[in-house]
Structure formats: structure tokens, C-alpha cells
Write a protein that binds this ligand. Sequence first.
Ligand code: XMP
Length: 516
Amino acid sequence: MDTILILDFGSQYTQLIGRRIRELGVYAEILPGDARLGSRALDGVRGVVLSGSPRSAYESGAPRPDAALYDSGLPVLGICYGIQAMTLDAGGEVERLPEREYGRKTVRLAAADPLLSGLPPSIESWMSHGDSIARPAPGFEVLAVSEGGIPAALRDPGRRLWGLQFHPEVSHCEGGMRILENFVVGICGAARQWSMEAYLDQVAERLRSAVGNGEALLLISGGVDSTVAGALLLRILSRERVHLLYIDTGLMRKDESLEVMDNLRSLGARHLHMVEAEAEFLGALSGVEDPEEKRRRIGDLFISIQEREVARLGIADAFLVQGTLYTDLIESGKGVGSKAQVIKSHHNVRGPLVEAKRAAGRILEPLDRLYKDEVRALGRLLGLPETIVRRHPFPGPGLAVRILGEVDKERCDLLREADAVFIEELRLRGLYDRIWQAFCVLLPLRSVGVAGDERKYGSVLALRAVVSEDGMTADVFPFEPKDLLGISSAITNRVPEIGRVVYDTSSKPPATIEWE
Ligand code: XMP
């Protein structure tokens, strides 16, 4: 398949470049910036993008692309650090700016070029850099300049090299998608062969040849990824060979377990094993207040229940299927190697069973080339309803990290009720799909209120609603006051134990999305 290779130098935007190219219908792969570019790595590659980086290209030890790139004859587009590294490699100069340039900046086009075709004479670009090109390398001409007078777009026509000082992948960059399309489709000539239908064919072949006459076991978490992986297995393999194991921790949202199970059943699941483990999980969490300790105990119990059930069901030889996504691979360092700025740990199921399966080569990760929005598209293609496909992300430790302090059944039930009202109100008001993640947090506080003529102490609930691309950064959802007030009164009316509702107005960073 025609591929655009992205060499990653550690930019926070690398994943975004990949997603944008896939949105154009072209397959994009990410490799570490300094990966060796032998013929295997370049198989099917029609062009290469060099990402940005938190490093300076002139620092000693700063990563550089393999020199074979420049001999490959492939078109190359360097973005930010990418063009600076190319400039140094080709004999130009890069220097530190007196002040970092950040945010929207006007860029004026200075010469016609296929990369910038179809753009107006000036665009509002998105900049994020502390270094800039002081002297373009021999052979390069400047195609556009920023309002500060620095080269914003360059090209070496002889060697088919292009560079941008700004970030076309960021949604605030005017004409950004047009520029990427000009490069990927116009200059590289990559065919738009990437679609979920094509992926389904590819993955079907991969799964069928791996599993053969064996069996597959998938641990269902209730989230979108594992549900889509389940639907995929049921579509591709004989249903008799597919075992779906769901451990109900009692820490799920209201009716979530039933809904997921019903959907998998309606997709034809024959071996749907549900383990009721609420009492075990609440027992393990008793007296625990520290969030990391909560996570550890939940994780450990998950592993032991999983081992126990696999032994009980007699499916110890099955292939273990995981709902790992492309971003999980990159975050856990497999994609970008030592250059990864590991921001969050990888949330997949771990433990001795997983280790043993991995050692035996019996782990399958059928979603491991997909981004989250592509998993949703695949879910739709497989016939999952929108309520599942568009469901907001939910953390593995579930409500346990949304109850600050000790977790018990009463608090879980209270939070579940309040959260269900919040989500229902968001749906009724047409806001659910505009929000990336929304939930309630139960605070370890009591606050005074009035009920009739009496003073009454009730629980305090925080509402969280954020917009985000991928959960790495997030902005607060700007509710209209009437919606926020309406939601608050719906909660206090329908869940009388909640005496006060507050709205969390912190973005990430500095806050995280979850409170624990
Ligand atoms: P934070 O709170 O780190 O969350 O800003 C980013 C995204 O990750 C989810 N999250 C978790 N998911 N296990 C998970 O599977 C966890 O321990 C965990 N902690 C946070 C969070 O819900 C958000 O979508």
C-alpha cells in the first residue's frame, strides 16, 4: 500500500501528522527519527515527513535522519525541527531566536510552488519554535516568510526537498490540510488506498492465518477499543473459536456492563464469560485512599481473576487478543524508540498470562495500526451502535479514581447515579458528542445545605468536561451558563444525597483530566 513515512524526532505533534495524512485517505507510518532506512523500511513509501522536536538541531547528539534518506530520491517534507535538521545536513545555518515564536503568525507567500498551491497570498499559520533558519542551505529557495522575516517555507527543487517552519498539521493553521494534501497526493503521488474496508481485509487475513484452527481470547474492558476488537473477532473468525471474558469490577458506569454484553451477544458471541467480581474489588479497595495504591490493587486483582478464569474455562492455549492502538505503541516506546517522551503509561492488561503469551508469540493486536477515530470508524463498519462507538473514554480503574478517598459500594452507587444524570443531560442538550470526555467526581467533603426548614449536610460533586484530540492535552468545555445550571439542578433534584455541585475549570496542563 502507498505509504507516507513519518520520522519522529519527539514532537508533541507527530501523531497528529499521521492522523491528518490518514484523514486524506493515505496510509502513514511513524518510525524513530534516526531509524535506518533500508529497502524494507522504505517498502511502499512514496514520501517522507520529518517531524518537529523539543531538541535543537545544532545540539551535539541531536537526532538526524539516516543519510540514505537524501539518496532515496523520495520527496521529503521537513516540519520545524525537520527542516532545520535538513538545513544543517545540507550546509545551511540554524540559530536560536531571541524569543520563542508561538501561536498564530501570518506567513506571506513569496514564490509559487506545488506545496503551496491553492493558498491565498498570506495565511495565518501555527508556529511553535525557538530556533530558526539563519541561512538556507545551498540549493534551497525561500517560498514564504513569516511576519518576523524568518523563512517559513523552503524548497530545494533539484533534490525534491521541502520544509515548513510552521505546523500544517495543527487545526489552527489556515490551509494546513491543503498543504499536506499538496505534498502527499500532489508531490508524492500517493494513492488514497487507506480505508477501514481495506484495513478489515488486511487484518482478516492476518488474524485467520495466525489463529488457524486455534482459539482466541479477548478480555473485554467495556471501552470502545475492546468492544470493537470483540466485534472484529466475531466478524472474522468462526464464532465458536472466540472467547470473550468480561470482569465486572463493580466500578463501571451505570448499565455499562449490560450494554456491552448485550451488544456482543447481538453480534453473535457464543462464549461470553462474565465474572461478577464487585465484592472482590471492593474488598481489595477497603481502607485504601492513595490513588496509585488503588490502581495497583485493582490491576493485581484483575490479573489474578483473569488467570483463574482462563484456567477454569480450559482455554489456556488460546491466542490472547488485545485492543492496543497505534498511539499505545508509540507511547510505550515501541514506535519512536528512545526518542519517545513517554507521557502516560500504557494501559493494557499486564501480568504473567500476558508475558507468557508474548514469549510464546501468541498475542494478537488487531487494532495496533489504528488511531482512536479510526477504531470508531471500524466499529461502525462492524455494526456497533453509536452509543458504543462514540462513548467517552473511561479509565481502567473506573469509578475508583473518581471517588476521592476511600471507595465503598455506597459511594460507587451514589457516583454512578449522579454520573448517569450528568451524561443523560449532556445527551438531551445535544452536548455529548461535542465533548471529548465528561464525568463526575465525588469529593471527600460534606457541605451544608437546606432541605425544607432544616440544615442538611450533603456530598459535594465536581463536574468535569473537556475537549481534546487525544487526552494528552485538554481544554475545559465552555458550557453555556443555562446548561451548566440546568445540569446542576437536575443532579441535585434527582440525587438528593448530593448537596452541592461545582464545575472544574482547569485545563490540562497544568491539571490532568482525572482527579486522581
Ligand atoms: P489524565 O488523567 O492522565 O488522563 O489526564 C488522560 C486519559 O487517560 C485516562 N486515564 C486512565 N486510563 N487507566 C486507564 O486505562 C488509568 O489508570 C488512567 N488514568 C487516566 C483518562 O480517563 C483520560 O482519558
